[in-house]
Design a protein around this ligand. Structure first.
Ligand SMILES: *Cc1c(COP(=O)(O)O)cnc(C)c1O
Length: 362
């Protein structure tokens, strides 16, 4: 394969081509340093600029002020499953989790290792086809925090409207839809997102945290697992994942240059509609996993009449230049991940392929 394909992988996932080209052009000699960004100190001026601009750009995109910090942490979204309760679930308190898929289950599992938990709502019994309504959420008495997963990468569902629990800290795993649309980030005490879905390469996790929470990190847990360590040291207590932060910085600038989150939402709605329309107009040949009002704009999941056809679909799609469409094993079928960097052209190509495949096989 010599040409780039349309890449529908769930993560690591497609990045904007212009950014890859810029990284390639700058790789051997970063801005006249005579060194690669891969080779320079994280304490050097050129890296410091990248790191600080990335924090500032992230806050600007989210409309956050001085009472928030942006931290760059390693260990993926999965380490955050543990860091959140380690820091914010003290003995004698209960943390509430809303279960909307496999990643929220994993987050809960870690919290259970560390303290008391309560499931405030779950749609597990319905195969995680939908997001619970706000009326279905039953909180425990004064929970330490409430944890949600904004977009369910595996099942293909996404919160439309975020809940509001007043003073109770709301914490969210936004690994697979961070910066895909505007939302009121000030509603959240803490947001985390592994970069490799919608923000950049693997290796860095973005944590957005309200500053008052930094005073609550227990001094008894290891230094590298405390959020205040990252905040006090500008995420440079130890060596940060410099190259990953560098790419995230380029992605943030690309987002700002292209109209920010409102423009991105419009782009994502338009893209997803091409594919959902194929599902809805297929007369039952394609069956969407998510209920229509919970559909994700990032991960589109659907089944075909049988597994044989699903296998043929994935195989023939590859031949048509459409990669990464095989669904996750628990849901089966097809998953098209159409993150910010997926072009309209890619989604149109997939829609055309779906149309043709259905006509040929039904
Ligand atoms: C991929 C994913 C994770 C896990 O991320 P890692 O960086 O691999 O630990 C967590 N939450 C969601 C919603 C994800 O999509």
């Amino acid at each position: 394969m010599t040409d780039r394909i349309f890449n529908f992988n769930a993560g690591p996932a497609v990045l904007p081509l212009d950014i890859l080209k810029q990284a390639q052009a700058e790789l051997l000699n970063y801005r006249d340093t005579g060194m690669s960004i891969l080779e320079i100190s994280h304490r050097s001026k050129p890296y410091e600029v990248i790191h600080q601009e990335a924090e500032a750009d992230m806050k600007a995109l989210l409309g956050l002020g001085d009472n928030y910090r942006v931290l760059f942490v390693q260990g993926g979204g999965s380490l955050q499953f543990a860091m959140v309760p380690m820091n914010y679930l003290p003995a004698g308190r209960i943390a509430d989790y809303i279960l909307t898929g496999s990643w929220s289950e994993k987050a809960l599992q870690e919290a259970k290792l560390l303290g008391q938990t309560h499931v405030a709502a779950t749609t597990a019994g319905e195969g995680y086809r939908r997001i619970p309504s706000l009326q279905e959420i039953k909180l425990s008495d004064k929970p330490a925090y409430v944890h949600i997963t904004s977009n369910n990468t595996i099942y293909g569902t996404q919160w439309r409207e975020f809940p509001n629990f007043g003073d109770i800290p709301l914490m969210a795993d936004m690994s697979s839809d961070m910066l895909s649309r505007p939302f009121d980030a000030k509603k959240f005490a803490l947001i985390y997102a592994g970069a490799q879905k919608n923000l950049g390469p693997a290796g860095v996790t973005i944590v957005i945290i309200r500053k008052d929470l930094l005073d609550e990190c227990p001094p008894t847990i290891p230094t590298m697992l405390r959020y205040d360590t990252y905040a006090k040291n500008d995420s440079m207590y130890n060596t940060p994942p410099c190259f990953s932060v560098y790419i995230v910085h380029l992605v943030l600038q690309w987002l700002r240059k292209n109209g920010g989150l409102a423009a991105m939402e419009k782009h994502n709605q338009e893209k997803a509609a091409f594919i959902y329309r194929q599902i809805d107009q297929s007369g039952g040949f394609y069956r969407g996993h998510a209920e229509p009002d919970s559909r994700s704009l990032m991960n589109i999941t659907f089944r075909l009449p049988n597994e044989e056809l699903e296998g043929a679909f994935v195989k023939e799609a590859v031949q048509a230049g459409l990669g990464g469409l095989k669904g996750y094993r628990t849901v089966g079928g097809i998953r098209a991940s159409v993150y910010n960097a997926m072009s309209k052209e890619g989604c149109l190509a997939l829609a055309a392929f779906m149309d043709e495949f259905r006509k040929k096989n039904s």
